[in-house]
Design a protein around this ligand. Structure first.
Ligand code: FDA
Length: 310
């Protein structure tokens, strides 16, 4: 079921017809179904959401949605949009933290273009003291992402961190490398459909790996982010931190906007750092489908939403 639902929703996420249907209804009004997971299509909407998140005492990272661009022009446009986002965030006075995907900046076109584009974002980000998190995409991009990350790290861009996925067999080695560099890691389970040759297929194995990696990060990582909605993973983290004397100021939890708001509040109230990943932008469909794939029960509210809108 775990891998099956992901595979089904991955296949559906490539359907142009479904994308058209969802795009027509998903964001039409304030209570349209896609708004549950996506802050809106414009920067202004994202800023408005960010303000209300901050008012609840939560931290945030803003993500301008988009991935797998095919042309240099699209990669350039995404880069310019990120630079504009940084300016708007500074002007709005909200927390300076963004997340991005390298295939949005041209990793799939050529690596040099992507490195240049990333540098165009990291320059102003550094000047304005932003933290920039590089999301991890599916496994064909793991090594590319880490290579580009290290290229920039070695050029002294230190306001960056990366996401690593417990689903992949290779991740322990990647966590050790990031710990050695002193780079900040966001640990996630992994949102993509992956082949058995590179990734655990059973949820129990992904979870067991998550716990091992969390321990490695709490023991020797630099302010790791434990990004999950899974109460068992969160409890394991709390217990391990307590047992090892790792203070609440030495790591944080992260969750996705719109998921398990109850838990977000509980953790923040208990004094843990709690950061929300807030996605926005017109290219929300693949992100949205990954969220449905994680919890097919969410399909019910989508269907009800479409029927209501028609
Ligand atoms: P799991 O999927 O086992 O779910 C545990 C529980 O959480 C469920 O029982 C349910 O209660 C709740 N839940 C989970 N997903 C839900 C949903 N969609 N709707 C409603 N409830 C849900 N992945 C990646 O590959 N690269 C990346 O860069 C990132 N970045 C990222 C940032 C942040 C801040 C988070 C929280 C997650 C990511 N992810 C990611 C996604 C991650 O890999 C994973 O797919 C999701 O977090 C779901 O896994 P959980 O750890 O929540 O556990």
């Amino acid at each position: 079921m775990y891998a099956g639902a992901k595979a089904l929703f991955y296949a559906l996420s490539r359907s142009a017809r479904l994308k058209r249907l969802a795009s027509t209804y998903g964001m039409r009004s304030r209570d349209s179904f896609a708004r549950r997971f996506i802050a809106g299509e414009t920067i202004d909407e994202a800023i408005e959401t960010s303000r209300s998140i901050q008012a609840q005492g939560l931290s945030l990272t803003l993500d301008y949605l988009g991935e797998s661009v095919h042309t240099v022009e699209e990669a350039d446009a995404a880069t310019r949009e990120y630079v504009r986002l940084l300016q708007v965030i500074v002007a709005a006075g909200i927390e300076r933290n963004v997340s991005l995907k390298l295939t949005q900046l041209g990793a799939g076109i050529d690596r040099a273009t992507c490195v240049d584009n990333l540098r165009r974002i990291l320059e102003p980000a550094g000047r304005h003291r932003f933290f920039v998190r590089i999301d991890m995409e599916n496994s064909p991009w793991t090594q590319v992402t880490l290579d580009i990350f290290e290229t920039l790290w070695q050029q002294n861009y230190r306001n960056i961190g990366v996401a690593l996925q417990s689903a992949l067999y290779r991740t322990e080695q990647d966590v050790r490398r990031m710990n050695e560099l002193g780079a900040r890691v966001r640990l996630v389970k992994g949102a993509y459909k992956e082949p058995k040759s590179v990734a655990h297929k059973r949820k129990a194995d992904v979870d067991a790996a998550f716990v091992r990696l969390m321990q490695l990060l709490l023991d020797s990582g630099n302010y790791p982010a434990i990004a999950t909605h899974d109460p068992a993973m969160i409890e394991a983290t709390r217990q391990y931190a307590q047992q090892r004397g790792v203070g609440k100021d030495r790591f944080e939890f992260q969750m996705l906007y719109g998921i398990r708001r109850d838990l977000q509040g509980t953790l923040a109230a208990a004094g843990y750092g709690m950061r929300l990943y807030i996605p926005f932008g017109r290219e929300w469909f693949p992100y949205f489908m990954r969220r449905l794939g994680e919890r097919p029960a969410n399909l019910g509210f989508v269907m009800r939403g479409i029927l209501r809108e028609q």
